[in-house]
Each structure stands twice: as C-alpha cells, then as structure tokens.
Ligand binder design. Structure first.
Ligand code: TXA
Ligand code: MG
Length: 340
C-alpha cells in the first residue's frame, strides 16, 4: 500500500493543495477535503459515487473554527458541544456563507463535529476545517480500518492516515435542535438517554427506521439512500429467547447456499457449525458489535456468502444506532422466530 502513514505534515499539505486525504476518527474513517474548496469537495462525491443531494459533515478542531463554518449557535447546541465534543456527535447548524453549497447539498444548514482522535485533530488544526463523509464507496459499509478501504478509494486519494482500527466503529449521532427540542436524525454512540441529560425534549426522526422513497423530502438525506449493504441477502432475526433461536437454526441452513450467522458471543459460541455455514461472532456487548459490524459485513462479500442472518437488538442505548444500520443492511427483511 502506497501513501499510507501517520505524517500529518504531508496530509495537511495535500488538503491545502485541494487533494483528498483519508483520516481516522473515533467513529469511522473519513475521506476529507478542505471544507472551503468546492472543487476538492466535488471530488469526494466522485470518489464515493455519492448522490449529490447527500450533505457532508464539516470537521473542526477548536471552537474558533466554528465561526467560519456556522452562522450561530443557540444554548442547547452549545451545551451539546460542551458535553460531548470532541466526540461522536454532529450538530446541524445554520450554515456560514463561506461554506460552499456543494458541501451541504444546497441546504442552508451544515452538520459540524469535532472528532475525538488526535491524528484527526492535528490534521484539522494544520489544514483548517475538513468536509468528510465516511470513507467508503456509497452503499458499502463504512471503513473502520485502512485495509478494508484502500483498494476502493486509492485511485482518488493522495494520502491515507493510518490510525489502526476505529474505536467506536459506527458513525456519529446526527442531531438538529428545533425550538426547544433535540431531533436525532441519525442515532449513534451518543444515545438518546445521553442527550436527555441536556434537554428533556429529545425525539428520534421517524425516517431513522422507515423506508424512505428516493424522491421524498427528508430532514436527513442520508437516511433515504441504499446504505451499508453487502452483496449477500441479509435478514434480521428477531427471537424471543436464545433456546428458541438455537432450535430453529437448522431450518435456516440451506443445502445449496452458503449461509452466515452474525450473533453475539452468547449465541455464536453455541452454534454447531456445518459445512456450508459460517458464523461471525459480534463480541460480548453492544460496544463490541459497533466495533465489529462494518468489518464483518465486508467480510461477507469476501467469503461469497449467499445469505446472512443477523440478530436484532433492543432499540435502546447504543442498540438504537446499531439497529438503524442493521435495518438498512437487511433492506427491511425481518424474520420473527417464535416457539412453535
Ligand atoms: O462519524 C461520522 O459522522 C463520520 C466521520 C467521518 O465523521 N462521518 C459520516 O459522514 O458518517 P456521512 O457523510 O457518511 O454521513 C453524514 C450524515 C448523512 O446521513 C447526512 O445526510 C447527514 O449526516 N447530514 C449531513 N449534513 C446534514 C445537514 N445539513 N442536514 C441534515 N443531515 C445532514
Ligand atoms: Mg456514510
């Protein structure tokens, strides 16, 4: 792999010259360009084959930078920043005119976050605000390490900053403050429960779990596009209890198909593996699931899986963000396993 390292001087020089740099954040990797260079930002859309109506997040490294990016900040927004930045939450704010329209897909708002990763913060400190979506071709799982994304992005990227595996593994929570209310546009590591410590009135945008038509006008355009999907057919498995699930696994294994199961360790470690069956162990808790899920979804394609059954999770805490990703991975296919 060429042009991979931890040289922030090289990376910031590339950004200043209008090139693209892949960099680590605590959530997932980003593919970034100077937020004020519209031509460079257009190249991000080309590199990802990203729909032009899906706006990018602008990453900053200090509060001074915020002034060049956003017009104003209200009390609740400031409290969210004070509590969670640097960290995995993006806040949709009124955009400063200095930010080119291509960054925000012509919206008059801009989503901003300060990532909690020293390589990212050093880069932004040197290069200025960076517009960056997740580092992956659109529709593919977000990149959580350089190996997974190098070949799909390297034709377009001048330098990759290698920060190892992403700590969190799923993308930031995206919120918008409307009146005295916080609306979660995309659930993530900062949970609804966390946000309620700042503002009593927190709600989740209905489109986080509904299928949205391509032509529909929505609060968060990212929710309507095909997302995170491997080539294999994926199905979400709901089940009442472990015993019932284990009894029914055999019925899901098909002779002429390569079938995968993706479960928490408590179930995965109990599955009896057959010849045309692969088991992915998501780990012991929701943090592990977040950290492993995108890498494992990519692995499904590497292993030419035909069908993958993924366990569902309770939609609370970090489970809400995980389920928002999984429902899209599975294109709303759900099987409910019940005791017969
Ligand atoms: O953790 C993350 O957020 C990562 C890292 C790299 O920071 N970035 C990321 O970016 O996931 P991306 O582009 O894959 O997702 C950004 C999401 C999309 O769903 C987009 O529609 C939404 O944020 N978004 C961005 N700007 C917005 C705006 N002005 N209004 C509403 N939604 C916005
Ligand atoms: Mg993305």
């Amino acid at each position: 792999m060429k042009n991979v390292g931890q040289d922030i001087d090289i990376a910031s020089k590339e950004i200043k010259e209008g090139k693209l740099v892949v960099f680590p954040t605590e959530t997932v990797y980003g593919i970034g360009a100077s937020a004020f260079n519209s031509e460079a930002v257009e190249n991000i859309f080309k590199a990802k084959n990203r729909p032009a109506d899906n706006p990018l997040i602008v990453h900053i490294s200090n509060m001074e930078m915020l002034k060049d990016v956003a017009e104003s900040v209200n009390d609740i927004e400031r409290k969210i920043m004070e509590k969670f930045w640097p960290g995995p939450i993006s806040i949709v704010l009124k955009k400063n005119k200095k930010v080119p329209d291509v960054v925000t897909a012509n919206l008059d708002t801009v989503s901003v976050r300060m990532p909690d990763n020293s390589l990212a913060l050093n880069l932004i400190e040197k290069a200025g605000p960076i517009a960056a979506p997740s580092a992956n071709v659109s529709g593919k799982p977000s990149g959580t390490n350089i190996d997974d994304i190098y070949s799909e992005l390297s034709p377009h990227v001048s330098y990759f900053i290698d920060g190892g595996n992403s700590n969190i593994g799923i993308e930031s929570t995206v919120v918008k403050v409307d009146g005295g209310k916080v609306i979660i546009l995309r659930p993530g590591y900062v949970t609804m429960e966390d946000l309620k410590s700042i503002c009593k009135n927190v709600e989740i945008d209905k489109n986080c779990f509904n299928k949205v038509d391509e032509n529909e006008k929505v609060l968060s355009p990212g929710m309507k596009h095909k997302h995170y999907a491997p080539n294999a057919k994926c199905v979400l498995l709901k089940y009442e209890d472990e015993g019932t699930l284990l009894k029914n696994i055999d019925n899901l294994v098909a002779k002429d198909k390569k079938v995968a199961f993706m479960f928490l360790d408590c179930v995965a470690s109990k599955l009896k593996i057959k010849s045309n069956m692969v088991v992915f162990n998501l780990g012991k808790n929701l943090e592990d699931v977040a950290r492993n899920i995108f890498k494992m979804l990519r692995e499904i394609d590497v292993q030419n899986i035909d069908i993958c059954y993924i366990q569902s999770f309770e939609k609370k805490g970090l489970g809400l963000g995980i389920m928002n990703r999984l429902i899209r991975v599975c294109d709303y296919n759900i099987i409910d396993i019940k005791e017969k």
